[in-house]
Design a protein around this ligand. Structure first.
Ligand code: GLN
Length: 486
């Protein structure tokens, strides 16, 4: 157990000093999974043989004194909407329940190149649509800090696996907050890089202009290393940025004296829990003590971001999910009497309620009579939100806010009201609309002991500055060290 609480950097030392082998680490994770997974539900499936093979390769290299990539041998959990060759990739949907990936996503290949053992595929809201992980077609994920509460979504399995010590690291995807929200609810760190920094090739598409893969970990250094391992240009993704990725470690531990920090006024006004507000104000003080100047800034269009998002994201989803028709792959209805019935019944039986709701909304927004009124308007508004961010980033280097106005809520408590559920993402969606990098880091606990997340955002391409700011905060706090007691 003690071994599993260590950071990747500490484990690397232990590996190189031969105090532990990579194989023992992988075995320790599966033992931990045996102990707690029935209470958490983080995994959809396991990739045990692959993980063991990778670990053995690492051990061989250590025995031969060969050079090793920074995260070699550190067990990782992969969100189940990312293709990993030979493993089931279900997106937690019935329609892909038995789908086996015939190829690797670019990030999966990078994990292999970096000799990172992938131990399993993690549960999510079906097709990454949700904020609480209650939309999985298979089972719910439970928050390791209190199993009656949600872990946040949609990458709830990834976050819960890291928080419950079932893995050191994880990858998730973030379309409107799906990395940051579960990181916040589970008391760990989750990072959505600048749009285009990490290849989306092999990620099951939800809303392509917003989707971004990113890392989870229990400290910034681990998250920075994992980001560096997976980032970079990919000709297979047409929206991938063709720009060099600098190693974040070169600047991670530098001080941030003189930086300008903006507290987003709109995200600290009505509807924010007192404990959460307090944690953000305390964080602002920490940044002042670190030598930054802190002031309030306003993003007046932020209040429209949920409305914009639910037009753009559902429109793209309705188009992306058209491929699940029972013909090419995945589930097909039994004994249809004609082709049309095959299509409709397959989709009727294969998709869950939330996915159907999104497809209907998106199809409506894209239909010829409403395209200009909804989709085009939403795209225009998205541009204005981005302009707002451009203006603010001329004034400040870093934006701080709560990741979410509240901490993790009880399982089942928001299910009957989709709008209320959508409002959970008020703090996170804007970063996807603007394409800028954003991270959630542990910043406190509420009265019930549930973790509070602090969101940091910086201008596009300033990923390393963002990680540096996060590191500086973390080095002044102990919140990330308080692990879930499960
Ligand atoms: N909660 C948001 C949604 O349901 C965001 C999901 C995500 O980032 N994948 O669309």
């Amino acid at each position: 157990m003690e071994l599993l609480k260590k950071t990747a950097a500490e484990i690397r030392k232990a590996l190189l000093n031969k105090e532990v082998s990579a194989l023992e680490l992988v075995e320790a994770e599966y033992k931990r999974i045996d102990e707690v997974e029935n209470k958490i539900g983080a995994f959809n499936s396991f990739t045990k043989q692959e993980a063991i093979n990778t670990a053995k390769e690492v051990d061989k290299k250590i025995a031969n004194n060969e050079a090793l990539p920074p995260l070699a041998g550190i067990p990782l959990a992969l969100k189940d909407n990312i293709n990993y060759k030979g493993s089931k990739t279900t997106a937690s949907s019935k329609i892909l329940e038995n789908f086996v990936s015939p190829y690797d996503a670019t990030v999966s290949l990078k994990l292999k190149e970096n000799l990172i053992p992938v131990i399993g595929k993690t549960n999510l809201d079906e097709f990454a649509m949700g904020s609480s992980n209650e939309n999985s077609a298979f089972k719910k994920v439970h928050n390791p800090h209190n199993i009656n509460k949600v872990p946040g979504g949609s990458s709830g399995g990834s976050a819960a696996s890291v928080a419950s010590l079932e893995s050191y690291l994880a990858l998730g995807s973030d379309t409107g907050g799906s990395i940051r929200l579960p990181a916040s609810f589970c008391g760990i760190t989750g990072f959505k890089p600048t749009y285009g920094r990490v290849s989306r090739y092999g990620l099951i598409a939800f809303a392509s202009s917003l989707d971004q893969i990113g890392p989870f970990g229990r400290c910034i250094e681990d998250v920075a290393n994992l980001y560096y391992a997976i980032a970079g240009h990919d000709p297979k993704d047409s929206t991938s940025l063709n720009l060099k990725v600098e190693n974040p470690n070169l600047t991670l531990k530098n001080d941030i004296k003189g930086l300008k920090v903006g507290i987003i006024k709109e995200l600290l006004s009505e509807g924010v829990d007192e404990d959460v507000k307090l944690a953000v104000m305390n964080a602002a003080k920490v940044y002042e003590e670190l030598g930054c100047t802190v002031k309030e800034v306003s993003l007046p269009l932020l209040k429209y971001s949920i409305g914009i998002y639910y037009i753009v994201a559902t429109a793209e989803a309705s188009s992306n999910l058209a491929r699940f028709d029972g013909v090419k792959y995945g589930y097909r209805t039994k004994d249809p009497s004609n082709l049309m019935e095959m299509y409709t019944k397959t989709r009727q039986e294969g998709f869950g309620d939330e996915v159907k709701r999104r497809i209907m909304l998106g199809t409506y927004a894209l239909s010829s009579g409403y395209y200009d009124a909804y989709y085009k308007k939403a795209q225009q508004m998205r541009r204005l939100v981005k302009n707002d961010f451009d203006r603010v980033f001329k004034e400040v280097d870093l934006l701080i806010s709560p990741t979410c106005p509240n901490t993790a809520f009880d399982i089942g408590s928001r299910n009957d009201d989709p709008i209320k559920m959508y409002l959970t993402d008020i703090g996170t969606i804007c970063a996807n609309l603007a394409g800028c990098p954003a991270i959630s880091i542990p910043a406190g606990f509420d009265k019930e002991g549930m973790p509070i997340g602090l969101q940091l955002m910086s201008n596009v391409m300033k990923d390393n500055l963002l990680l540096q700011c996060a590191y500086n905060f973390e080095s002044q706090s102990e919140f990330h060290k308080k692990l879930a007691n499960i």
